[in-house]
Design a protein around this ligand. Structure first.
Ligand SMILES: O=C(O)CCC(=O)C(=O)O
Length: 296
């Protein structure tokens, strides 16, 4: 049975995103929130970014400020279980078919009052594949509202070019703002309730401002691809790991090749480790960064 009806699939193909609606029971949502809280608490004492934590510039070991939990599905079973749950993969299958790979994941945490913005970009610029059945699947861990740094998406941009994400000759994970073909005032804020799922196409241009509100905004992001989409930059962790993350259906040794626009993310970013770090190399930021002010 379809979760995303044919008419809504059409809308997705046209605009590049869809608000699927609630996919978690209250109990499951609470479990994910509690696990996230515990992981953030455990950042006390952590000095620098590591394989789990990406930290705000104003983080200190005594006053932990976590900006992102990296690849939670690799370290915390509750997130792997969720990614494999049919409540999550059924809607994805409606859009890209039954054979699905989890390519990556993260929890972006926009803390109340200072949580960091994410500059405009296309996920596709980070990980182009042999075909673009590549989706970003978001599960809201808190209500996402207009004032707590909602993810905003440029409708229809997934059908356009892959933009230049380079600055001073290296990948910087953000759009070159000299390109005036995009009017960011047209971006749609993806507001919703905790427990909702949103899906957008990896080629869609998106970003989010800092969190000025008094409510945190945590967003679990699962990058999912058709299992016959192969990453053009190669297998990060080798073949066995690549196939281990086929979370539904079958993997394939026959990549599906489509005529899709591609730009490779090389030379690699000057600041490595996360999109937030990559974007530090940009010359001009679009969004205001609130963390320095909040540290005082
Ligand atoms: O958390 C957000 O608002 C944006 C997420 C995003 O685009 C990313 O992490 O690549």
């Amino acid at each position: 049975m379809m979760v995303i009806e044919t008419a809504d699939q059409e809308i997705f193909r046209k605009q590049g995103f869809i608000h699927v609606g609630p996919v978690l029971t209250a109990e499951k949502l609470r479990a994910l929130q509690n696990e996230t809280d515990a992981i953030v608490d455990a950042a006390r004492g952590v000095e620098v970014h590591n394989e789990i934590y990406d930290l705000e510039a104003t983080h200190t070991p005594k006053r932990p400020r976590v900006r992102r939990i990296k690849t939670p599905h690799l370290f915390f079973p509750v997130f792997e279980d969720l990614a494999r749950d049919t409540a999550v993969t059924d809607p994805v299958a409606d859009l890209i078919g039954q054979d699905i790979r989890l390519y990556g994941g993260k929890i972006n945490i926009k803390a109340a009052g200072y949580g960091a913005p994410v500059e405009w970009h296309q996920d596709w610029a980070f990980y182009p594949h042999t075909n673009d059945d590549v989706l970003t699947v978001c599960i809201l861990l808190d209500d996402m509202e207009v004032d707590n740094g909602p993810l905003c998406i440029m409708p229809g941009s997934h059908r356009g070019p892959v933009f230049d994400h380079h600055s001073n000759g290296a990948f910087c994970g953000a759009l070159d703002q000299d390109d005036d073909s995009l009017d960011f005032t047209q971006a749609v804020p993806m507001t919703g309730r905790a427990g909702d799922m949103l899906i957008f196409h990896a080629r869609a241009v998106h970003g989010s401002e800092g969190n000025r509100s008094e409510r945190q905004r945590r967003l679990l992001i699962l990058e999912m691809t058709a299992a016959d989409a192969w990453p053009l930059a190669g297998l990060r962790d080798g073949y066995d790991e690549f196939q281990r993350w086929v979370i539904r259906g079958q993997g394939s040794l026959v990549p599906r090749l489509e005529d899709v626009p591609v730009r490779m993310p090389f030379p690699t970013a000057v600041h490595a480790g996360s999109i937030y770090e990559n974007q530090r190399a940009m010359d001009r930021h679009y969004f205001q960064h609130l963390d320095a002010a909040a540290a005082n």
